[in-house]
Design a protein. Structure first.
Length: 289
């Protein structure tokens, strides 16, 4: 679901369109007409430009660039799955990216499956890949030099090689009151959609090392990183067993499945406002030649 702040951002886009004669530039698209249509919040009148954009390549950042399954994609607005493979475009610590594909809250449309065209993601040192949703910090930095409130729509991440059997990272919500939704990232372990990001391939490309440093508080690009060598890997996922876990940890994986967390962990205290994650994209550190 698109957050209130995103509605504000789209209002600003419209303001830019109406003020085009004084040089205000639309930050989402290349035409004022698209900005006007954006007021439909991804409705049938909004023509997405995501299919006109391409992900960066050639410098050690490998973007998942092929859609395997996005059952409820309409190709229009925020339901255009091309927005999940056209590159990473963060909007900063306090803003959610608009370059996204929105998952459904339930049913087949609550998941998307991506891959890297013609290659597999290989195990590497440290983080192997990063998933970008579009969370943003709410409020101000606290006394411990961190932020403890994020508007988030959590995701569950699984990887595999055959579209049937998947291995994940055993995500857990550890708040002392499991029935209350709290937007403090400390309680959301091994989920994606938790960490805001400032990496933007157009306006803030960053170095490869900065991008793969997900500590946004201390200078990294943000996003949620996953490591195949993590002890939690292989402890969840439909069809995951020791053989598949070992295969992936040794030789990598082909597909990544990203799902709205509530659809898998039904015990999570997530209401409708936190159940429609928005996928900006996924990058990997190392792939087969």
């Amino acid at each position: 679901m698109f957050k209130f702040k995103k509605v504000i951002q789209i209002y600003v886009i419209f303001t830019c369109f109406s003020s085009s004669f004084i040089g205000c530039e639309d930050p989402k698209s290349s035409s004022g007409a698209e900005a006007l249509l954006a007021l439909g919040l991804g409705g049938s009148g909004y023509l997405s430009s995501c299919d006109q954009r391409t992900p960066e390549s050639g410098r050690g950042i490998f973007v998942a660039d092929e859609i395997v399954s996005a059952p409820t994609s309409t190709g229009i607005g925020f339901k255009d799955s091309d927005c999940s493979i056209d590159g990473i475009r963060g909007a900063g610590k306090f803003n959610g990216s608009l370059d996204v594909y929105t998952l459904d809250a339930s049913g087949v449309g609550s998941s998307i499956i991506l891959r890297w065209s013609g290659v597999k993601v290989l195990p590497a040192s440290g983080i192997d890949f990063i998933v970008y949703e579009n969370p943003f910090f709410v409020g101000v930095q606290n006394n411990s030099n961190s932020f403890d409130n994020v508007f988030m729509e959590p995701l569950i991440v699984e990887v595999g090689n055959d579209l049937t059997n998947w291995c994940g990272w055993n995500p857990t919500y550890t708040n002392s009151d499991p029935n209350t939704f709290v937007g403090n990232p400390i309680y959301w372990n091994k989920f994606a959609g938790i960490t805001p990001f400032i990496y933007n391939q157009d306006s803030n490309p960053m170095t490869v090392s900065e991008v793969f440093d997900t500590d946004i508080i201390n200078g990294g690009g943000g996003g949620d990183g996953f490591d195949l060598a993590d002890p939690n890997f292989g402890n969840s996922g439909s069809g995951c067993n020791s053989t598949l876990k070992s295969e992936i940890q040794t030789n990598g994986f082909t597909y990544i499945k990203i799902s709205a967390a509530k659809t898998i962990l039904t015990s999570l205290p997530i209401d409708a406002a936190h159940a429609n994650p928005d996928i900006d994209g996924v990058i990997a550190k190392s792939v087969t030649p």
